[in-house]
Design a protein around this ligand. Structure first.
Ligand SMILES: *Cc1c(COP(=O)(O)O)cnc(C)c1O
Length: 421
């Protein structure tokens, strides 16, 4: 169980900004008072001078508990036990933590999720494995609005394997539809790679419908869950997903560069071979044998020595999410993004909402659009309001449900309004 008593160094109360209308403050305060998850906010480490953190979708805030976890790791498993710790938990950490992550955030039964590498590297390993598992099919389907690394990795694989990339060009303010996927796939298609939640618009793709369409074409689907894991409930097993990868430093608060995760459905684990054959993913790493023989099950996705330290912080966040429950996390996420849109509509003249207004199709961030946002984001950071900028003129408001209050959203957007002049 998590200790929900406020930490000794809980963040200072948010300042009331001078000209914030009473109606807006009261509305935010009422939402905070009615928020069943409000108390979780006190469990995050304070941040000096922060008025509003609007980028929890890019780098989640650290939990106070993580400080103690890291310190006791140095003194305990590392300093006291040294190399013996590999036999006392470190070797199994990628799959043991993967199982926890699968259960808490992915809807994945044990034995199908591993924590390793970075998202970019796992995308490469799994996309390469997928196209090799569909020999004779020469097309990879992806979309032009996906995150750069996803597109770049596929460009590399297409060149390496002599395959064709077929691009879907979705509406930039929503995302890839089932109809667009149906029109793009066929008997020539090996793999479809899409993001579940679009990193710019926040649009939630229809994962169950698209997965069925891809399967009907005989292809494999790889879902990028970077902006879903920890904010939008997933049901990978029930939806028949083949492969998924995602980040742990966004809504799972694993810290900068924390390792990524990969899901590979049990039914594919004998069929799919990843290309980075390393000793730690071999059947018997310490046999030091002459030839590579992959480990059974999900362990085969491991290449090198597991990043044990990088796996520590996300454990604290997974414990909180497990306790709160993904449905409650999702409900708060929808309420936060809905409130942000309400404030923009009412008070931020000239700013356009470039995200879905339907809460069922919206992830946990809202993209706003205005020609001055490049300047505004730089100035906002200096004032303790931290969204991020996405070219050409987007300001992204990422609202991590357990660490963000409604008052914080009101204050942050008010500073942005002020900076727009
Ligand atoms: C954040 C993000 C990544 C990041 O990949 P890294 O290898 O961790 O840098 C990849 N894909 C998507 C869709 C993302 O949102």
């Amino acid at each position: 169980m998590t200790d929900l008593a406020p930490s000794a160094d809980r963040p200072a109360e948010l300042p009331d900004l001078p000209d914030l209308p009473a109606g807006l403050l009261d509305r935010a305060a009422a939402l905070d008072a009615a928020d069943p998850l409000a108390r979780y906010r006190d469990l995050f480490a304070p941040s000096e001078g922060l008025i509003a953190y609007l980028d929890g979708n890019s780098l989640g805030r650290p939990l106070t508990a993580t400080r103690e976890r890291l310190a006791s790791f140095v003194d305990g498993p590392w300093a006291a036990r040294l190399i013996r710790s590999w036999d006392e938990g470190w070797m199994d950490a990628p799959t043991e933590l993967g199982d926890t992550l699968g259960r808490v955030a992915l809807g994945a039964a044990a034995g199908q999720t591993v924590v390793a590498d970075s998202t970019t590297v796992l995308l490469y390993k799994l996309a390469r494995a997928a196209v090799d598992a569909r020999p004779g099919r020469r097309v990879i389907v992806a979309d032009t609005e996906n995150f750069p690394t996803d597109r770049f990795v596929l460009q590399g694989i297409a060149a390496e394997r002599g395959l064709e990339l077929r691009w879907i060009t979705p509406d930039a303010e929503s995302g890839v539809t089932p109809e667009e996927v149906a029109a793009a796939v066929g008997p020539d298609t090996a793999l479809v790679l899409l993001s579940h939640v679009a990193y710019k618009s926040g649009y939630i793709a229809d994962l169950p419908a698209i997965t069925r369409i891809v399967h009907d074409a005989g292809a494999l689907v790889l879902w990028d869950l970077c902006h879903s894991a920890g904010s939008v409930p997933l049901d990978l097993d029930a939806d028949g997903v083949d492969i998924a990868v995602g980040c742990t430093y966004k809504y799972l608060n694993g810290g900068p560069g924390s390792p990524a995760f990969a899901y590979l459905a049990a039914g594919l684990q004998d069929e799919v071979r990843q290309p980075v054959q390393g000793w730690m993913g071999a059947a018997d790493p310490f046999a030091m044998g002459p030839d590579y023989e992959p480990a059974a099950g999900i362990r085969q996705l491991i290449s090198g020595t597991p990043p044990v330290i990088g796996m520590l912080p996300m454990r604290d966040m997974l414990a909180l999410i497990s306790e709160a429950g993904m449905p409650a996390v999702r409900a708060k996420s929808q309420a936060l993004t809905g409130f942000a849109i309400e404030v923009v509509d009412e008070y931020l003249a000239g700013v356009r909402v470039a995200s879905p207004r339907d809460p069922e199709r919206r992830g946990s961030h809202v993209m706003l659009d205005h020609p001055d946002f490049k300047r505004v984001v730089a100035e906002a950071w200096a004032r303790g309001v931290v969204p991020d900028f996405r070219p050409p003129q987007g300001l992204r408001v990422g609202l991590s449900p357990l660490s963000t209050s409604f008052t914080e959203v009101a204050n942050g957007l008010w500073v942005i309004r002020d900076l727009l002049g």
